[in-house]
Design a protein around this ligand. Sequence first.
Ligand SMILES: Nc1ncnc2c1ncn2[C@@H]1O[C@H](COP(=O)(O)OP(=O)(O)O)[C@@H](O)[C@H]1O
Ligand SMILES: [Mg+2]
Length: 269
Amino acid sequence: MAVVLDARDLNKRFGAVTAANGVSAAIEQDSVVGLIGTNGAGKTTFINMITGYIKPDTGSIHFRGRDITALAPREITRVGICRSFQIPQLYASLSVFENMMVSLGVVLRNAGLGGFFSRGRPNVPGYDAPAEEVAERILERFGLGDYRDKNAQVLPGGVRKLLDIALTMAAKPSILLLDEPTSGVSAEEKFGMMEMVMAAVKAEGATVLFVEHDMEVVSRFAERVLAFYDGRIIADAAPEIALTDPEVKRYVVGGELHRMDEQKGAANA
Ligand SMILES: Nc1ncnc2c1ncn2[C@@H]1O[C@H](COP(=O)(O)OP(=O)(O)O)[C@@H](O)[C@H]1O
Ligand SMILES: [Mg+2]
């Protein structure tokens, strides 16, 4: 399989904190990679460096052989690396459909094809229909059709997250980075939501990196796991290998169980 994204020896310090300490990973095209690690391990920093929001102090990032380390976030989005955030970035006062139209408008504008709500055939590679139709299609694919005319601010948590990811997919990314897509989503909803996302991603053909704290979700959906601890990748392997690695069990899985107990405690308090 071809390497689509190649992070080489990334280092990043914030004052006394080393958020990335020699992080290297070569990501294969169309793979699904789970990023695990307790809070502060360096997962979001890794995503921020790939997407250009943070520049590594040293090291490089290549996308399909091109050095993108110095590119601005907007330029990185344009080459096809897109992300969702831990907290969904939605227009609260707009409907689900309007949010999708704005996202498509931004995609079109980035492609130099006019601004928001532009009509007619978008002429963006892969978009063969008017923007309204494309918007409907993406919403249906993510199971959001029933919410089409609802305001974003009244959506349940899981639906907000799903919409945020659907908006990210509007840009037809070749790499999709999801930072804690299921955070705040109930245990019962998580699997269905990830099934939906993964099916959409497979249909569109994208490489996915997702940050996830629930190891059941990780083992179900990730083909490969990168385990972060203290700014380093301590394991890089298939889930069945990575999740049973003694260091990972000690520093990641153990920490997550503790974290889940705390959350349950907080919920019961
Ligand atoms: N912009 C920043 N400024 C200062 N410290 C940061 C910044 N981003 C991350 N850090 C620190 O870097 C470490 C790694 O953080 P982060 O990558 O967010 O971890 P994770 O996503 O795994 O929880 C933490 O100690 C965090 O406090
Ligand atoms: Mg994070």
